[in-house]
Ligand binder design. Sequence first.
Ligand code: ADP
Ligand code: MG
Length: 213
Amino acid sequence: MGKVKLTTDAYVDYLKAVTEKIASEKDYITELDATTGDGDHWVNMNTGFTKLMEIETQLRELDFSGLFKKAAMTIMSGVGGSSGILYASAYLKAAAVLSGVEVMDAEMLLKVLDAELQGIMQRGNGKPGFKTMIDPLYQAVEAMKNALPEGDSAAVSAMREGARLGMEATKDMEAVRGRAYYQANKGVGHLDPGAVTMFYQLDILGNAALKTI
Ligand code: ADP
Ligand code: MG
């Protein structure tokens, strides 16, 4: 059973792949947030990842903990909206569990994703089932926990599938957090934009992790 061996270089490659994915989904994400929120979610996410890519060389010189702290600071200072604050909190929490880590296996990756989940839930006072970016991340973490005894490859595949299911589940949920809460139908019938962009990140991260096995 092969192990995941994510290095900081592989992680920055992953950030780059997400930047390209987000850039290519401009119309779809903007439309989702225009329907359930205020239409700026794509701009916020695209700004965040573009800013990270502007310091790509600098990011590649850092260790994991430094990379995550730098990412948190860059997102915090450069990205507006709820998602800016929430992603900065996620990266900051994850930086703490990455202290001294040089290579991530699946068990470490799970710790990182769990820390991100806790960071987002604490900062936004949210929970699974509230129709937010939390839903795909929560289901990804739970599925990964359950599959970890079967090995790294199974754990990462389960993580991706959990992320997909969590995103899809937001379609029928009534929003409890985020702007969709203020809508008459609480966004029912539409995917949450933050859940979709979270799914992209987890799916691409899973792909990047599997490639290292
Ligand atoms: P804003 O809502 O301030 O316009 P964005 O449009 O960038 O910010 O992000 C909206 C997304 O943020 C929502 O789709 C939802 O997934 C997520 N979100 C908003 N508030 C919260 C919260 N309190 N907890 C978790 N996620 C949230
Ligand atoms: Mg918005």
